[in-house]
Write a protein that binds this ligand. Structure first.
Ligand SMILES: [Zn+2]
Ligand SMILES: [Zn+2]
Ligand SMILES: [Zn+2]
Length: 471
């Protein structure tokens, strides 16, 4: 039986070889210490404090901090759905610590599978964080929860925790990017509307005067008297003595609605400008920036449930470096799809002419080691430099593309394959020299491959063949 050691001075709980950081409300909010422990136990009755600590830990940028298991002591019933999605369990007392050990072990083991990289862009960084957390906690689906404290009214806690309330709409854009990259599949849940000025979703909808926009108005029924065909507002028919209605035109008393009269419509009167009208405009006032928007101008956004794909799981393990947009920004390259299309034409051309054309690939064998040592700006510089060297050694009619942030593919058309191989090996030597002089302490390993185009094979098979040797 393992011994439970509690050292309140050091905020340390030890059990079965695991170190827990015990945080209570007197300790303040410094979360740096989390990295030196296996898990966190929050000790406190104050829900606001618990929420704050959980947010601090989960929104940190270091995997050593944001992936740590978090438990709440004293079995406090957390009715905040946001916090609920971000903690790993509750304990009634420290004597129950044995019960959470399997969960802690499972999360820490899963964390060991992961390679972390410095992603090229903020978007890629957020995607990496989210899928890493999902992987370690074995969460398959990122579900939107209705949440009144979210500026979108729906929140994806694992991702949204990284944003201030007013920036939460960015989470929606990031999820869309991640889906385009194949990291998630999604299904429709609901639709929300956002203020076009500030992207806030806290809107109050009102019927307003079409002339002056005021929401201050009165409404009256319009009455149509059948016998004399008089049409007018209800107030024309009322009298001061009783609650009966009399026709102002023919003086007959109205009897039964549907029999001698009906109410075909209503009439609104604006109390601000006295304008009389039958149809309101509907406006949505943004409570964040006070812009009063016509509803047609609101920005509709779909709220979807996102599920991690196999590709997403692999990206969690290997590190998610870049989105296609990041790579598109590298000058001198074409989109991967464009490359495939042009490859198709070249294969088609070879069917009709004699000659040799080739495609080549340059692969960084250890991308996560490289990228984890560089900030995203430096990574972009590296990729740009690589492209520059390749570009200056091939013909201007040849094209370069990124299949991923670690694999560059290029065409070398109308030259014998053995010459293409020689040129590529020279390019690799130059790339190695470039890296050695520019990035002193970074060890980059390259692999490369050249294949001759075969008009009997599809572009996809060529690319598969070309890159199959790379890990
Ligand atoms: Zn607004
Ligand atoms: Zn008005
Ligand atoms: Zn009448």
């Amino acid at each position: 039986m393992a011994e439970l050691k509690v050292n309140r001075e050091e905020s340390l709980v030890e059990f079965a070889g695991f170190k827990f950081l015990l945080i209570n409300s007197e300790d303040g909010l410094n979360v740096d210490r989390v990295q030196f422990h296996n898990a966190v136990i929050i000790d406190g009755n104050d829900r606001a404090f618990i929420r704050q600590i959980v947010r601090r830990i989960r929104s940190d940028n270091q995997p050593d901090i944001y992936l740590k298991p978090i438990f709440i002591l004293k079995g406090i019933n957390i009715n905040d759905p946001f916090v609920n999605k971000l903690v790993d369990g509750t304990l009634f007392s420290l004597d129950q610590i044995e019960l959470i050990i399997p969960e802690v072990e499972r999360i820490l083991t899963k964390t060991k599978d992961l390679h972390f990289t410095n992603s090229l862009s903020f978007e890629a960084q957020m995607i990496e964080k989210t899928i890493s957390f999902m992987y370690t906690c074995e969460i398959q689906d990122l579900e939107p929860i209705p949440y009144i404290y979210s500026s979108n009214n729906y929140s994806y806690p694992i991702l949204s925790v990284n944003f201030r309330q007013r920036d939460e709409h960015i989470a929606l854009d990031i999820l869309e990017i991640a889906e385009r990259e194949g990291i998630f599949d999604s299904t429709y849940i609901d639709r929300i509307y956002l203020c076009p000025s500030c992207q806030g979703g806290h809107l109050t909808y009102r019927e307003v005067c079409p002339k002056c926009g005021s929401s201050n108005s009165t409404t009256e029924d319009i009455i149509h008297h059948f016998p004399c065909a008089y049409v007018g507002p209800l107030s024309d028919f009322t009298n001061e003595i009783d609650d009966q209605l009399d026709c102002p035109k023919c003086n007959k008393r109205l009897r039964h609605i549907g029999v001698d009269y009906d109410k075909p419509s209503v009439l609104h009167e604006c109390k601000a400008c006295d304008h009389k009208f039958q149809d309101f405009n509907v406006k949505a006032k943004c409570l964040a920036c006070t812009t009063d928007n016509l509803v047609e101008q609101l920005k509709g956004k779909e709220i979807r449930k996102y599920s991690l794909t196999k590709k997403g799981e692999l990206a969690a393990i290997n590190g998610f470096v870049s989105t296609s947009k990041d790579i598109e920004e590298i000058i001198g390259t074409v989109k991967f799809e464009t490359f495939v299309t042009m490859l198709k034409y070249e294969i088609e051309r070879l069917r009709q002419t004699e000659g040799a054309s080739n495609i080549c690939a340059v692969h960084l064998s250890n991308p996560s080691q490289i990228y984890s040592k560089m900030g995203s700006e430096v990574q972009k510089v590296l990729l740009k430099d690589l492209v520059k060297v390749i570009r200056s050694n091939i013909r201007s009619s040849d094209i370069i593309s990124f299949q991923s942030s670690s694999t560059i593919i290029l065409s070398m058309n109308e030259i014998p394959t053995r010459i293409a191989k020689r040129i590529l090996s020279e390019i690799i030597d130059m790339l190695k020299r470039l890296i050695a002089t520019t990035f002193k302490d970074i060890d980059v390993e390259f692999e490369y491959e050249v294949i001759k185009l075969d008009y009997k094979l599809s572009p996809q098979l060529h690319i598969q063949q070309l890159t199959k040797a790379f890990g």
